[in-house]
Design a protein around this ligand. Structure first.
Ligand SMILES: [Zn+2]
Length: 60
């Protein structure tokens, strides 16, 4: 299971508050779209992204 340390995008802060998420699964498509230079470590106080949640629950 490609768990990865929590990260989020520097651009998350520009989104509406309810849409801001962090990622913890390296197979997550929206997470993979975030270039390495736009990633910040941690959760940023945001909820876990739905794709990560689904992948984690499927054991991927
Ligand atoms: Zn994600």
């Amino acid at each position: 299971m490609p768990m990865t340390p929590n990260f989020y995008s520097v651009n998350e802060a520009k989104k509406p508050e309810g849409n801001r998420v962090h990622h913890d699964n390296s197979a997550c498509p929206p997470g993979r779209d975030i270039p390495a230079n736009e990633r910040l470590d941690g959760r940023g106080g945001y909820r876990l992204c739905d794709d990560c949640k689904r992948l984690n629950s499927e054991g991927k």
